[in-house]
Design a protein around this ligand. Structure first.
Ligand code: HEM
Length: 107
């Protein structure tokens, strides 16, 4: 619901230094995240991903909610060799909320 999305928008402040979202969002130190839920891993045009992300793209792996939950809880365990310098979200409620927020964004 709307409250979950609003909570997720607050959680996203932890991500916003590296990731832009919304109309016209550009890649920064991380790729832009519009439409990320359901998108192919490592699929943003013009972003230079780590090798582990490039391999996931070749395998055609997709960011469904389960994959995002695992990755965002422990980025470096889920994607060994990732260059995303973020320790992860500890709270289940933060994970649920930030994924709901990401799912609410358009392409
Ligand atoms: C990749 C989400 C925090 C830097 C990604 C991806 C997602 C994501 C979904 C995969 C993108 C794709 O496959 O196209 C988030 C969320 C965050 C967060 C929700 C906060 C909870 C950060 C922070 C940084 C960062 C703080 C910078 C210090 C990156 C980089 C990548 C990435 C560099 C590409 C990884 C690689 O090529 O190995 N992030 N991120 N992220 N993120 Fe984050």
């Amino acid at each position: 619901g709307a409250d979950l999305i609003a909570d997720g928008q607050k959680v996203f402040k932890k991500c916003a230094a590296c990731h832009k979202v919304g109309e016209g969002a550009k890649n920064a130190s991380g790729p832009q995240l519009n439409g990320i839920v359901g998108r192919t891993i490592g699929g943003v045009e013009g972003f230079k991903y780590s090798k582990v992300f490039q391999a996931a793209l070749e395998e055609g792996r997709v960011w469904d909610e389960a994959a995002l939950t695992e990755f965002l809880a422990k980025p470096k365990s889920y994607m060994k060799g990732t260059k995303m310098a973020f320790s992860g979200l500890k709270k289940e409620t933060d994970l649920t909320a930030v994924i709901a927020y990401l799912a609410s964004l358009g392409e």
